[in-house]
Design a protein around this ligand. Structure first.
Ligand SMILES: [Cu+2]
Length: 167
């Protein structure tokens, strides 16, 4: 099992999180199940959640496009299967991958695309209730500026050896 050691850092505390094979998986192969959705000029593609193996933590990955001429922002995500979902960026701190919480969300400039992906921006599911199994879908609500909410049924994926990245 590939293991990653990640640190979540905030102003007042440092939390070490041991992730056993959860932050693996990259942009999906064409055949793997993913979810997509659209709301106005916001388009979400290739959304999936990683299986939580022996852990109450998982991650959600996707591509989000703002196809409009007005700046928007991904403010937060929520799901009934997770106690909380936190947006993180990943920074390389002298070879140690650290996670930086993004409490203000992620800006979506006009006509831009962001990717939540391995070793990059991602959404961290914490206090996951029960095992997430491949083949299942997880309801996830994405909240954007001006109270816009996009709800998706996001498939769960097992980590695969092809998708394991070394850092
Ligand atoms: Cu994280």
């Amino acid at each position: 099992m590939n293991r990653h050691i990640c640190k979540a850092t905030s102003k007042s505390k440092v939390i070490s999180v041991l992730l056993a094979g959860l932050l693996i998986g990259c942009l999906p192969e064409q055949t793997a199940p993913t979810a997509s959705g659209r709301m106005g000029s916001i388009v979400v593609r290739y959304a999936y959640v990683t299986q939580n193996i022996g852990s109450d933590t998982s991650a959600a990955y996707m591509q989000i496009e703002n196809a409009g001429d007005v700046a928007d922002r991904l403010l937060s995500l929520s799901s009934p299967v997770a106690g909380s979902i936190t947006l993180h960026d990943t920074i390389n701190n002298g070879g140690l991958m650290s996670m930086l919480p993004l409490p203000d969300g992620i800006p979506l400039p006009p006509n831009s695309t962001i990717e939540l992906k391995t070793a990059g921006l991602h959404a961290m599911l914490e206090q996951v209730k029960g095992p997430l199994k491949p083949g299942e879908t997880v309801p996830i609500a994405l909240r954007f500026s001006a109270g816009k909410v996009l709800e998706l049924a996001v498939p769960v994926r097992a980590p695969t050896s092809e998708s394991v990245h070394s850092h």
